[in-house]
Every structure is written in structure tokens, then in C-alpha cells.
Design a protein around this ligand. Structure first.
Ligand code: GL2
Length: 816
């Protein structure tokens, strides 16, 4: 790999020069942030030459670009990644010494940009990484939230949220690009265009304008020259917003009111996950993102192309869930109202430009916006939606004459006491391709949630199973296992061709390899134990089975089912102190949305159970429970390599895909899971004998839901009853029976996600897990095979699937 000015001496020279000229200081007086910033900039600059050559190659080829629109990105820390991608990783230690800064301190300043909630945001980041690695010309567009996903802390066991001021020390990885700023309108009125007899072209006069200022971060490919970018928009008030006369009159607050209102748009990431957040500001964010991005896309298109006919041949936009779907109406508005393209041609261009990825099955997560809100905030866009819907419903009526119910079901407008715009419907109508994110998910989408659309346009629907980047989630996160794999396979080719891991399958008969594998995992657990002790004070035993459940807290994911298992183990050991149990560390990680009270209470309960386990002298020798605070990408990189058992226990039919399941399998964790999301594909590949399956499948769960009585399960199963009763008794709340009563009520009342129905099957399956663990050779073989057979789950394969099925883009190699 070429590095610019490729020697350590050059690097050190640049470092000292950057320290001197950019930070205005010297090694002797540099602070921690000075040292980190300087190192970051010096590494970053090694990507700039590749970035410039990428831009030149793209300009010359004038290829079709993928524009990825996403309200969320979880990029993870940048320093180690960019050291790896520039081939300068081995210099980290000597360079840290030059700067007189301990490595750990440098890394502590490497704050991850938490611009997303969970899997959806991380998937966006993995796809950008893979597209660059595959030399696909691509740009990611997003919002530069001033505050990212909140920081989670615990006060007496309860979650408290703190703001994530991630740019407090500045962000050395980004380049501001003020010259590419855009102006975006909101509110106002619309009027007829006098020269347009059809009435389809109209003029919008916004009542408020806001500037969007972009900055970009570099997205290097691994093992190639391509460096793409992610462009993030920040809202700024327009220049006239500062009211000097009011300020001079002493009305300080009023003088800056407009500035505050404008800048609030990119102030904070909405921290809810998979549930709709019906706030005007959120809709403003969404429109702000797409309006800025589309203007930028058109600007870029016009650098090399004229006219509109070629637009879909040069531009393909991928909508990451419904958050950026207003882009469909915005492109129509720009084409029809601003560039005076005829409606029909504009609609044809628009439909050929967009594609939509759906990431959910939960009906409550399918975004809808009140018509009344749109009418006020984006009046012209609402008119366009009405016109799109009008023509669409004409088509539907022609296909299904007389079927009024069909029209009602398919309409972009949901009728009811409050009329609402269904964003997923708008997305499907305005896109060429629609995809789900795992086989089961796509099947259920087309059979249930979007069934009428799938019947109308079967050819629009595709499956693209998610994937994860092996660079971050194996190579960076798990250097020990990576070294072992490279040693076995002969070179690092597997990092860009992950199916090569398959060849590790031969190693399961090699006792020496198995021993080295086990030792790598053990060392990872030692590291994790150190980390956990530092952040929570809890001491964990690296010899114990590391049983992990890391994901957002959500009822459908069923952290409460895991907790019932933990309480069952607790009860068993207390009842029979001599019981021969496999020592386990149960590690939870995850945040609950600040307004999601049921899940915040469950977090509290997890912490309470953890404390009860830890303070019981008999139990704590065999069982540990830890809820790692502030789970994020950085923590994931610590936890995943140490995991032995991966908990993927959502109710079948609820988890669209999951991606943590893939990361864990790739790192040699064995899954205990339901037939949900991508678990099914993982099991198909790793083999049923290397996967612990339990629970109802989708059809059984749907059946049971009709006549479900959770109490029946509770009454029949003494261990289940004991676990639930323990919560009800107040033992985890210092005798306070009221505190966790809502958890018990939810379980015995409706038990929405059938946790009680799956309890016995789950707990018995955990016995089978213990059984397998007791035979460490068997377990290690299972572990190796999970990793060996999970190569399919590389996001390189996912990106390639998108290219072949949906984007129809070709790589553009960048010369060195
Ligand atoms: C999600 C799904 O819940 C999850 O199953 C899927 O793996 C990811 C990525 O496709 O998308 N949808 C969603 O809104 N979030 C997810 O993680 N936050």
C-alpha cells in the first residue's frame, strides 16, 4: 500500500511541523488534545492525496455515482482505522513516544462520532467502508448533529442521559467546505405558475430560510487507492438573522432568536430507535438533509453533464429507511418548479433515481407525518405528494377496477381522524427498487407490511442481506484472532475476500490451532475484564463463559427473557449451593430511548439483579452480571472479540436482520437464538449443530398471539414462576415491591413479545449450551466454524449485491 511520503522519518517530520504550525505549540508544552489532534491530522493528510486522485479519476470517468442518504451514521473511532488504511499502524507506538503522550491517553481523545442510534446507522457506515473498498464512486450524505446519541450513565442503577458534546476538542477528521453551502426554505405559501396550464407547476415562497454548511470526512477503501467522502450538513442561520437593532437596544435574547431557531435543526440526534418521533423539528431535520444533499448532487451532476435525460444514468440515490424519503418530493419540486421540466418526465427521472431500503417490520416504526404539519412546514411538498398520489391511485384503479379498499390500503395518505402521509408508501411509489435487509425480513415485508405493493409491482422487491465490515469488526477489534487467521491462511487476503475464512474449517482437526484460538479468546477476555473493572468496578473471571447481549433495549429484543434466565440461575445456585454450574459472565450493553419508560425500568432491573448477584457470596463465584455503561461502537469493539455466546433472542418475525449477530459469529461467538432476522441465514451457513436454536418461529408466534395467556405459562412452570415472583417480591429493590411491579405486570398481563411462552425452551437450550461448554474442544471447534462459515456476512458482499441488483454501478479504479 502506498503511503504518501512513505517513511517513518517523513511522518515524524510532518508530525512535529503540524504540532508547531497548526497547534502553535511544541512537544515540550503540548497538551493531550494537542498531541491527539496533531497525530490525527498527520494521519488524515496521508489520505488527502488519495482523495484528490479519486476525485480526478471520478471526474475523468464521469461514472454513475451512488448517493447514500441517511439520517444516521455510526462511524466509530477514526484513528486506528485510518492508521490501518494508510499502512502507518506500526508507527503508532514510536510516534506516541515522540509526542510524549501515552497511547491510552491519545486514544481517549479519539471520540467516536455518535451520529446514529443503532444497527441502521452502523450499517450505513459499513456500506460506505465497503463501497470505497470496492472502488465504487459513492458519497454518503448526513447531518452533522452538534450532539450525537446521548451518553448513558447510571445513577443508583437507573439510566441517566448526558449530552454527547463530541466535538468539544474539535474534530480533526473533517474538512469544512463552506463554499458548497446551500440555502433551504421552510413554511410560507405557494401560488400558481401563470405560464403552466396544467397547474402542476407552482411557485413556493418560503417563510423562513436556513443555510446548510457542509463538511466532509474521508472514507478510505482498504487495500485500494479509492477515498470517498461522507458529507455532513450543519444548519446555520442566514446572514440577516442577527438582529443588530434589538441587540443594541439590549434585547439580547430576542436579537438571536432566529439564529437559535435555525441552528437547532442540526442540534441533536433524535435518540429514539425504531419508533416514530412525531416532532416538527425532526421533520425539519429530514427535509434539511435531503434539500441540501439534492442540491449538492445536482451541483456535482452539472460539473460534467447537461440536460436532465442522463440524470438517472449518472445518479442513483439510496434512501436509508424512510427518514430521507422527502427527497422524492424535493427532486420533483426542483425539476418541475425550478428547472421547468414537464411533470411526466420529472416523475420518470425521479422514479429511476431513487431506491429505498426498509429496515423494520414493526408497524409503529413505519413513519407517518400529519398532513396538517406538512401543510404548514412544507406546503409545496404536500401539493406534490397529493399529485403523485392522484396519478398513482389512477394507476391502481385501472389495475383493480372497483376495489376501493385496495385504493385505501395503497394510498400515500392515511385517512382517519387525523390524515397522515405514509412515508413508506411514498418511498415505494417513488423508487425503482425496494429492499429488505435479510431473507426472512424481505419475505415478511412482501407478505405483510408491503403486501399490496408487492402484488402490484413484484419486480420492485429485492432482498439484500446486511453485512459488516471485517476491517473494523475483526482486524481492528480483534488483532489477536486476525493474526492467527492470517497466519493460518497465509496472507491478509481474507480481509477483502471474507469467504476465504472457509479454509479455517480444515483447522478444526488441528489441536495446536484450536489451542491458539482458545488462547486468543482468553486474552481478549483478560483485556475486557480490565476494561470492565475500570468502568464498573466489577471483577470478572476470564475463564468464565462470556455470554453477551449487546443491542438497544427494546421489548421485541427481549432483554427481559435473558434476565429471567439469569434470575433462574441465581435461584438455582441459591437453592443448591453445590450445584455444578458452568461459570458465566452475563454481559449486557445497550441504551434505552430517554422516553421509553418500560425499557429504562428494565435497565434499572438489570443493574439491580447484577448487584444482587455480585453481593451474594455463593452466587457471585459462579455468576456475574454486568451492564456495561454507554454501549457504543468503541465498546462493541472491546466486547465482541471476548464473547463466547451471542444472545439473539428476539421474538421471531420482529428483528429485521440484526448485524451484531454477524459481528459476534465472525469473532467466534456461538449464537443462541430464535429463527429471526439474519439468525436464520447464520444458522444455515454455520450449521444447525453449531447454533443453539430455541423458541417459536414466526408462524407459531403469530398463531399463539391469538389465544395467548401468559399466566398459563407462569402457572405451569415452577422455575418461571420463581423468577417472576423474585422480581415481584422486591428482593432486587431492597424490599420495595412497587419499583419493578410494572415489569411483572407487563409479563403477566399482555406479554407482547411472548417471552413467557419461549422461556422454557430458552432455559433448556441454555443447558445445552452449558453441556457444550464443558467440552472445551467441542466448543472451540464450534467457535472456529462459526467464524469460518460467516464470510458471507461481509458488507463487501452486501455492497456487491446492491451494485448487481439495484445500483448497476461499476467500480472506477484509482491509479496510484
Ligand atoms: C434496524 C433493524 O432493527 C435491525 O434489525 C437491522 O439490522 C438494522 C440494519 O438494517 O436496522 N432498523 C432500525 O431502525 N434500527 C435498526 O437497527 N435502528
Amino acid at each position: 500500500m502506498r503511503t504518501v511520503g512513505g517513511t517513518l522519518e517523513d511522518f515524524e517530520r510532518d508530525l512535529i511541523s503540524n504540532l508547531y504550525y497548526q497547534r502553535g505549540t511544541t512537544v515540550e508544552s503540548a497538551s493531550g488534545p494537542d498531541a491527539y489532534h496533531t497525530l490525527a491530522v498527520t494521519v488524515r493528510d496521508r489520505l488527502v492525496d488519495r482523495y484528490a486522485r479519486t476525485a480526478a479519476a471520478h471526474y475523468a470517468a464521469n461514472p454513475r455515482f451512488v448517493y447514500y442518504l441517511s439520517a444516521e451514521y455510526l462511524l466509530g473511532r477514526q484513528l486506528r482505522q485510518n492508521l490501518l488504511y494508510t499502512g502507518t499502524e506500526p508507527w503508532l507506538r514510536p510516534v506516541a513516544e515522540d509526542l510524549g503522550a501515552p497511547l491510552e491517553e491519545l486514544e481517549a481523545y479519539d471520540v467516536e462520532p455518535g451520529l446514529g442510534n443503532g444497527g441502521l446507522g452502523r450499517l450505513a457506515a459499513c456500506l460506505l467502508d465497503s463501497m470505497a473498498t470496492l472502488d465504487i464512486p459513492a458519497v454518503g450524505y448526513g447531518i452533522r448533529y452538534e450532539f450525537g446519541i446521548f451518553k448513558q450513565a447510571f445513577r443508583d442503577g437507573a439510566q441517566v442521559e448526558r449530552p454527547d458534546d463530541w466535538t468539544f476538542y474539535g474534530n480533526p477528521w473533517e474538512f469544512p467546505a463552506p463554499d458548497d453551502r446551500q440555502v433551504v426554505g421552510f413554511y410560507g405559501t405557494t401560488a400558481r405558475s401563470l405560464d403552466d396550464p396544467t397547474g402542476l407547476r407552482r411557485q413556493w415562497t418560503p417563510g423562513e430560510t436556513v443555510r446548510g454548511e457542509p463538511s466532509h470526512m474521508l472514507v478510505p477503501g482498504f487495500g485500494t487507492q479509492t477515498v470517498n467522502m461522507i458529507r455532513l450538513w450543519r444548519a446555520r442561520a442566514s446572514r440577516e438573522s442577527f438582529d443588530l437593532s434589538r441587540f443594541s437596544a439590549g434585547q439580547y435574547k430576542e436579537a438571536v432568536e432566529d439564529i437559535v431557531r435555525a441552528e437547532n435543526i442540526s442540534k441533536v440526534l433524535y435518540p429514539d430507535d425504531s419508533t416514530e418521533q412525531g416532532r416538527e423539528l425532526r421533520l425539519k431535520q429530514q427535509y434539511f438533509l435531503v434539500a441540501c444533499s439534492l442540491r449538492d448532487i445536482i451541483r456535482r451532476y452539472r460539473l460534467r453533464n447537461t440536460g436532465w435525460d442522463a440524470f438517472p444514468a449518472k445518479v442513483v440515490v439510496q434512501l436509508n429507511d424512510t427518514h430521507p424519503v422527502m427527497a422524492i418530493t424535493e427532486l420533483m419540486r426542483l425539476l418541475v418548479d425550478v428547472y421547468r421540466v414537464d411533470w411526466d418526465l420529472a416523475w420518470s427521472i425521479t422514479r429511476r433515481t431513487f431506491n429505498y431500503t426498509c429496515h423494520t417490520l414493526l408497524p409503529e416504526a413505519l413513519e407517518t407525518w400529519p398532513v396538517a404539519l406538512l401543510e404548514r412546514l412544507l406546503p409545496r411538498h404536500l401539493e406534490i405528494i397529493y399529485s403523485i398520489n392522484h396519478f398513482f391511485l389512477q394507476e391502481v384503479a385501472a389495475t383493480y377496477p372497483g376495489d376501493v379498499d385496495k385504493l385505501r390500503r395503497l394510498s400515500i395518505i392515511e385517512e382517519g381522524p387525523e390524515r397522515r402521509v405514509r412515508m413508506a408508501h411514498l418511498a415505494v411509489v417513488g423508487s425503482t427498487a425496494v429492499n429488505g435487509v435479510a431473507e426472512l425480513h424481505t419475505r415478511l415485508l412482501t407478505a405483510t407490511t408491503l403486501r399490496d405493493f408487492a402484488e402490484l409491482w413484484p419486480y420492485k422487491f429485492h432482498n439484500v442481506t446486511n453485512g459488516v465490515t471485517p476491517r473494523r469488526f475483526i482486524r481492528l477489534a480483534n488483532p489477536r484472532l486476525s493474526a492467527l487467521i492470517t497466519d493460518r491462511l497465509g496472507d491478509e487476503g481474507w480481509l477483502t475476500d471474507l469467504e476465504r475464512l472457509e479454509r479455517l474449517g480444515d483447522a478444526v482437526d488441528d489441536p495446536e490451532f484450536l489451542a491458539r484460538w482458545r488462547e486468543a479468546k482468553r486474552q481478549n477476555k483478560v483485556d475486557l475484564a480490565r476494561h470492565v473493572e475500570r468502568s464498573t468496578g466489577v471483577v470478572i473471571d476470564p475463564e468464565a463463559m462470556c455470554d453477551v447481549m449487546i443491542k438497544r433495549f427494546h421489548e421485541y429484543k427481549r432483554q427481559h427473557l435473558k434476565l429471567l434466565h439469569v434470575i433462574t440461575l441465581f435461584n438455582r445456585i441459591r437453592e443448591n449451593p453445590d450445584l455444578d454450574v458452568v461459570p458465566r459472565t452475563v454481559l449486557f450493553g445497550g441504551k434505552a430511548a430517554p422516553g421509553y419508560h418500560a425499557m429504562k425500568l428494565l435497565i434499572h432491573l438489570v443493574n439491580a439483579v447484577a448487584e444482587a448477584v455480585d453481593t451474594d457470596p455463593v452466587v457471585s463465584r459462579r455468576l456475574k452480571v454486568v451492564l456495561v455503561p454507554d454501549y457504543n461502537v468503541t465498546k462493541a469493539q472491546f466486547i465482541i472479540p471476548a464473547a463466547d455466546l451471542s444472545e439473539q433472542i428476539s421474538l421471531a418475525g420482529k428483528e429485521a436482520s440484526g448485524t451484531g449477530n454477524m459481528k459476534l459469529a465472525l469473532n467466534g461467538a456461538v449464537t443462541i437464538g430464535t429463527l429471526d432476522g439474519a439468525n436464520i441465514e447464520i444458522r444455515d451457513r454455520v450449521g444447525a449443530e453449531n447454533f443453539f436454536l430455541f423458541g417459536l418461529d414466526t408462524a407459531e408466534a403469530a398463531d399463539l398471539r391469538h389465544h395467548y395467556r401468559p399466566r398459563a405459562f407462569y402457572e405451569q412452570d415452577p422455575e418461571l414462576r420463581a423468577a417472576v415472583d423474585a422480581i415481584a417480591s422486591g428482593v432486587f429493590a431492597k424490599g420495595d415491591r412497587a419499583l419493578f411491579a410494572p415489569v411483572v405486570d407487563a409479563m403477566l398481563g399482555r406479554d407482547e413479545y411472548l417471552a413467557l411462552a419461549d422461556y422454557r425452551s430458552y432455559v433448556d437450550c441454555q443447558e445445552a449450551v452449558d453441556e457444550a461448554w464443558r467440552d472445551q474442544d467441542r466448543w472451540t471447534r464450534m467457535s472456529v466454524l462459526n467464524s469460518a462459515r460467516s464470510g458471507f456476512f461481509s458488507s463487501d458482499r452486501t455492497a456487491r449485491d446492491y451494485c448487481d441488483l439495484i445500483w448497476r454501478v461499476e467500480p472506477v479504479p484509482v491509479p496510484s
